[in-house]
Design a protein around this ligand. Structure first.
Ligand SMILES: Nc1nc2c(ncn2[C@@H]2O[C@H](COP(=O)(O)OP(=O)(O)O)[C@@H](O)[C@H]2O)c(=O)[nH]1
Ligand SMILES: [Mg+2]
Length: 277
């Protein structure tokens, strides 16, 4: 059997200082490199255009106007799905997703691929070592990952926001029927969709993060929390009747329980505020 093809997808939005370096380092690890310029307003596009001529296995897709990380992935993933359907790619080919900001430690990529194949995974979501991140970021990541585990239907998700991933193309193409993503939500949605479809996922391999940089805000956290719930319901509603999925009752009950727990302190605080006036 031939080795699975390794295809990297790199979304890039205003990553002028790092994009060419990341693409250069990544090129040696893959058979094909797809970079998406998501309507960057700095010189990201020209940096990519400088890179392409000497790298024949790389190509660029573009959004003329910025549409957000999820849309950038969606553009690249639907293109790969079409090539899979056309028989040009194989369901066992591998798709790597890598940030253009240098945040992902690439030296472990071959090791990750070995694990992916040995464990016959559908998705390996790297667990980033966030110990150098500010405490509020670590806490936020814990909340997101705990919430994700609750809605995953049995898969333990340690770092659901990680964009450093390897997918089996067949699994990714199937999951794409259940989500599109909004702003940053692609990462959390795909994790929930794949988990609930019963795919094999590993989110436990810890990898250091060379640089800390994040542009996500509180608003994105709220969007992602809701997007996970929506993704879980979508899987149940859209799946073919022959496909069993985990019940939605436990996470719904847990959510109601959590809301009830939060209500008591909230009412007490509101009363206190009322008394001070
Ligand atoms: N912030 C942001 N990143 C985008 C967008 N479109 C594509 N990206 C790329 O998506 C990747 C993840 O974004 P980043 O800000 O690093 O998110 P984080 O690492 O999850 O905090 C980077 O490679 C960005 O260049 C966008 O509209 N906004
Ligand atoms: Mg990043």
């Amino acid at each position: 059997m031939s080795e699975p093809r390794r295809i990297a997808v790199v979304p890039a939005y205003n990553e002028e200082p790092t994009v060419r370096d990341v693409l250069g380092k990544l090129y040696g690890y893959v058979d094909e490199l797809v970079v998406v310029d998501d309507g960057s307003t700095d010189r990201t596009r020209s940096e990519i255009e400088r890179f392409l001529p000497d790298h024949p296995r790389a190509r660029m897709l573009v959004h003329e106007v910025n549409q957000g990380m999820s849309e950038a992935y969606y553009l690249a993933f639907t293109d790969l799905r079409r090539r899979l359907q056309d028989g040009e790619l194989d369901a066992d080919d591998l798709v790597y997703t890598i940030d253009a900001d240098g945040q992902h430690e690439l030296s472990v990529l071959d090791e990750l691929r070995t694990t992916m194949l040995a464990d016959r995974l559908d998705a390996l979501i790297v667990r980033r070592d966030l110990s150098t991140y500010p405490p509020y970021k670590q806490a936020g990541n814990w909340v997101m990952s705990t919430w994700a585990t609750m809605w995953s239907g049995g898969v333990r998700l340690h770092d659901v926001e990680s964009g450093y991933r390897i997918f089996r193309l067949g699994a990714l193409a199937e999951a794409l029927d259940y989500y599109q993503g909004y702003k940053y939500s692609e990462t959390v949605e795909v994790a929930i969709v794949m988990s609930r479809l019963g795919m094999r996922i590993d989110n436990s391999i810890l990898v250091p993060v060379p640089v800390f940089r994040s542009r996500t805000r509180m608003k994105d956290v709220v969007i992602d929390l809701a997007a996970m719930v929506a993704a879980a319901f979508r899987v149940t509603l859209r799946r073919p009747p022959s496909r069993p999925v985990p019940s939605l009752v436990p996470p719904v009950l847990a959510t109601v329980g959590l809301a009830a727990l939060a209500l008591g302190p909230l009412v007490a605080v509101l009363r206190l505020i009322g008394r001070r006036r």
